[in-house]
Design a protein around this ligand. Structure first.
Ligand code: XIL
Length: 380
């Protein structure tokens, strides 16, 4: 067993009670406390170093998608401090947009790997895993694909070629793939209308996508990934059934992951741990792949102390659920700092969802996560 189980309430309380101290890798600190971390503890300075063995701490790599409409330069290539923290704090990277179809496939005959290659190279230089995201999805597909009027056979060939080319290019360098993303509605029915692959090729294409990915890179762990599946509900039930069906057919499915985009405006999914455990019981890996915790934040306003505390509590509870389920080997944040977050552009009147302020100083949630990781490391 890779980690010992930790008591949720004790750790949550401890995490909220920790004093805010300056950590040496942050440029500034809002607390005004100038104490720096001593040499002896410096190695446990960052999230990745605080994590117990066997648990990767990840971040999305900002770029593409909504970033293209913002007035800052490309974060990954143009923000040195961002790059530095990305290397120091995390042991796993997920391309936020750079491996999606609209990014990789300017046309049917072309692949553009420049940005994706940059992430994989960076990960290797920094001893990080990469979670590939994503191969079969209804969203962020190029127009040539969505409006191409292809025959069934052509579409199958297009998907197969894409999977073989992309998974093949990074074979041995991408440790986990979100092969299939967001295929169910909230009520547990398939997103048939929206998803071109399922609509045109039927449900069977899901198994094929896994098979093609596995044939191309037998070493990669292949995942089903979605949001709104943190707790036990109709949607996660649908995945639980699908997972059993796929496994019964010997389809190479290795894991189930919950994106974990939460809001303090809603209750915390208290059965997250139980939900992950039921997928683990099927023999699958589990992961939290896109964790962020947003709050009501009308433009120009600052989070209140109470909102920050609640946010910190939500973050810690997601991490504890993962720590308490042995199969949960990867905990990934959907980016940092707040200025690069997808939340304000996606959820009107909401924001503040990441663990770092815009000047890269840590929020209470950062400290609480790090302390929870340290505590789990001590107990393991
Ligand atoms: C989001 C990105 O963060 C944005 O930059 C982009 O504009 C839209 O997509 N679920 C997913 C992610 O699987 O790929 C989404 O990422 C967030 C929700």
């Amino acid at each position: 067993m890779k980690r010992s189980t930790i008591a949720i309430t004790a750790v949550a309380a401890a995490a909220l009670a920790v004093p805010l101290i300056t950590v040496s890798h942050f440029s500034d600190d809002k607390t005004g406390n100038t104490e720096t971390v001593s040499q002896e503890t410096a190695q446990e300075d960052t999230l990745r170093d605080a994590a117990p063995e066997g648990l990767a701490i990840g971040s999305a790599v900002a770029g593409g998608g909504h970033h293209l409409d913002e007035d800052y330069p490309d974060p990954f290539t143009g923000d040195d401090q961002y790059r530095e923290l990305l290397g120091q704090e995390f042991s796993s990277l997920s391309p936020e947009n750079q491996m999606k179809w609209d990014h990789l496939r300017p046309s049917q005959d072309e692949y553009d790997f420049e940005d994706a290659d940059g992430i994989v190279e960076f990960a290797q230089a920094n001893g990080q895993d990469v979670r590939g995201h994503t191969l079969l999805w209804h969203s962020q597909n190029p127009d040539w694909l969505e409006n191409g009027d292809f025959s069934e056979e052509e579409l199958r060939d297009i998907l197969r070629d894409h999977i073989e080319t992309v998974v093949g290019r990074y074979a041995g360098q991408i440790q986990q793939w979100d092969v299939v993303n967001e295929i169910y509605e909230e009520d547990g029915s398939l997103r048939t209308e929206e998803n071109i692959w399922i609509r045109e090729l039927g449900e069977e294409i899901i198994a094929d996508a896994f098979r093609w990915a596995h044939e191309t890179d037998p070493t990669a762990e292949l995942y089903l990934n979605d949001y709104g599946v943190e707790g036990i509900n109709d949607k996660s039930d649908a995945y639980h059934e699908l997972a059993q069906d796929l496994l019964a057919q010997d389809v190479p499915l290795h894991g189930f992951s919950a994106q974990t985009h939460l809001s303090i405006e809603y209750g915390f999914p208290g059965d997250l741990q139980e939900n992950l455990a039921r997928f683990e019981a099927l023999g699958l890996g589990t992961a939290l792949t896109e964790v962020d915790v947003r709050m009501a934040l009308p433009e120009g306003s600052e989070p209140s102390e109470e909102q920050l505390e609640q946010q910190s509590d939500y973050y810690v509870r997601t991490l504890e659920a993962c720590l308490n389920v042995g199969s949960c080997e990867s905990y990934t944040l959907w980016g940092f700092p707040d200025r690069y977050s997808w939340v304000p552009v996606t959820f009107e009147g909401e924001g503040g969802a990441t663990i770092m302020w815009n000047d890269y100083t840590p929020k209470p949630a950062y400290h609480a996560l790090r302390d929870t990781l340290l505590e789990a490391s001590e107990g393991s």
